[in-house]
Design a binder for this molecule. Structure first.
Ligand SMILES: Nc1nc2c(ncn2[C@@H]2O[C@H](COP(=O)(O)OP(=O)(O)O)[C@@H](O)[C@H]2O)c(=O)[nH]1
Ligand SMILES: [Mg+2]
Length: 317
């Protein structure tokens, strides 16, 4: 097996197969995951991570493709992680996505990866944060994560991305939905796509009104609303500008550091909890647990004290 360092070097030299291999390794979660992450982590921190979420059909994939083209035109290398069970970019489930993304196929400075989502309703893949780190370490200047906005997904993506775009389309009752789902809190930029359709003005008005209700402390970021016709590439420069403005605000306000520390904390917590859970799994049916269970059942020990004993026993040797 090729060493992690060599793979990361090759990925940075724009070898798509090395990038693919690294992401497969982190997705697989096997023994090499740790090795890869140890090599990858010190090389991260330069990529701008953009999250893109919204209901199915609002134009996320079309917008992603247009953004890839816009960033390529600015000389950036762009990685895309598409976490969308309903429309993988490859695998042939949706011809539309495949055709659009073919615009970028053969470009070594664009890497697109579909990942299966964790839940059946969408959301992020377990390995999404690691995949983003791999792309960052491989020298992609911009990493776009596309995910369907269902349930927890928006909140998850806001935890990973530096800038979160929420896409809406006229006539989908999306603004109301957005308010309900708490999307207003996670959106750094609103994109009203399909502005070629009736109802775009109404959607923008509705959004503006909702934003005006939110109390923002002085110096807080106010999400701009950008109109696009992603299928025609219209308004995409406006989205790029809005992302750049948000980025400037993140840096000048110190929020970028704060967000990245929150992200690291969430990542550590998830890994630590998974480790503890795995250790508990090993314990299940163990003699230690059996002995404690007997004492609790007999009323000799309370369950809290027993749990304390068990947790203390989990400390790695
Ligand atoms: N009229 C119109 N159609 C669009 C626009 N953007 C995307 N579409 C179409 O909307 C459909 C869904 O787009 P897609 O990007 O797959 O949406 P996703 O499910 O959010 O990823 C496709 O048929 C697109 O061609 C737009 O700005 N105007
Ligand atoms: Mg899509």
């Amino acid at each position: 097996v090729t060493g992690a360092t060599e793979l990361v070097d090759r990925a940075a030299e724009r070898e798509p197969r090395a990038v693919a291999r690294l992401i497969s390794l982190v997705e697989g979660g096997g023994a090499q995951l740790r090795e890869v992450m140890a090599v990858v982590s010190p090389r991260t921190g330069d990529a701008q991570v953009i999250g893109l979420t919204g209901s199915p059909g609002v134009g996320k994939s079309t917008t992603t493709s247009a953004l890839v083209a816009a960033y390529r035109a600015r000389g950036c290398r762009v990685g895309v992680v598409a976490v969308d069970p309903s429309s993988p970019y490859s695998g042939g489930a949706l011809l539309g996505d495949r055709v659009r993304m073919q615009d970028h196929s053969g470009d070594p400075d664009v890497y697109i990866r579909s990942m299966a989502s964790r839940g059946h309703l969408g959301g992020l893949s377990r390995a999404t944060p690691q995949a983003v780190r791999v792309l960052d370490a491989a020298g992609f200047d911009v990493v776009i994560i596309e995910t369907v906005g269902v349930g927890q997904a928006e909140v998850d993506i806001a935890g990973i991305a530096d800038t979160t775009l929420v896409l809406l389309a006229p006539g989908m009752g999306d603004a109301v939905q957005a308010a309900k789902a708490g999307i207003l809190e996670v959106a750094d930029v609103f994109v009203v796509n399909k502005a070629d359709r009736d109802g775009a003005d109404a959607a923008v008005r509705e959004l503006k009104q909702m934003l005006s209700y939110a109390d923002r402390a002085p110096g807080e970021w106010t999400p701009p609303i950008v109109r696009t016709v992603a299928s025609a590439g219209e308004g995409i420069d406006g989205v790029v500008d809005a992302i750049a403005s948000h980025r400037e605000w993140l840096v000048s306000s110190g929020k970028l550091e704060e967000r990245r520390e929150h992200r690291a904390a969430a990542e550590i917590e998830a890994i630590a909890l998974a480790t503890v859970r795995a250790k508990f799994g090993e314990l299940h049916g163990s003699t230690a647990l059996a002995a404690l269970s007997r004492r609790v059942a007999d009323g000799e020990l309370d369950a809290y004290a027993a749990a304390d004993e068990l947790v203390a026993g989990l400390t790695p040797a």
